[in-house]
Design a protein around this ligand. Sequence first.
Ligand SMILES: [Zn+2]
Length: 241
Amino acid sequence: MSAGAFSAVTLPKFIDTASLKSAHTRSFKHYCFCNNSNTNLSLPRTPVLQRTNEFRISVLCKAVNTAVEIETQSGVKKDAPVLPFRVGHGFDLHRLEPGLPLIIGGISIPHDRGCDAHSDGDVLFHCVVDAILGALGLPDIGQLFPDSDPKWQGADSSVFLTEAVRLMHEAGYDIGNLDATLILQRPKLSPHKETIRSNLCKLLGAHLSAINLKAKTHEKVDSLGENRSIAAHTVVLLMKK
Ligand SMILES: [Zn+2]
């Protein structure tokens, strides 16, 4: 079909928003347009069609209060829908070196070695920051706070977490719940778990019941199991305010 030709299709009487948007996306790849006049959604009867040049057509379609603009040339959607929930995953790992302090979750834990890092090396806070940034679709911690910047040398990682929380609120989200797992062979984390959890709750502005923290050994396998490194995983659910 040429760029100047259009055809019409008819949507079923009942269709969910995601299917409708998908139909519009697929139709515009072929320079067609969906007739929405017999759907039960609050769509404009006459869709707004903008043809900006030979190869680029965009459409604005209001579907259940969600505006979608589809650019067919690049396939990139602009004005993405605001999601009620967003999920993010974070991962971090640091090498352990003798003679350094071990900071986890904002507290100093007695050990014969600590994390080698540009900042204070708080593997848990770094991981939580990346989970939140990931949920928001933002660049990761290394991009926001590069280790090439002397400003962050020895920095308290709660600064990074506070900034991630600020960005989360700016985007209109709150913490739904968070689940983190620390992986370290030594020392035992159990005496410190509740203090760390409490620190996370304060910084995240979340209820204690929404924050979970687990600790695992690495069964003496690889650098993690040989007390030469420490790692953490975090999954976070953000909820629209
Ligand atoms: Zn880190």
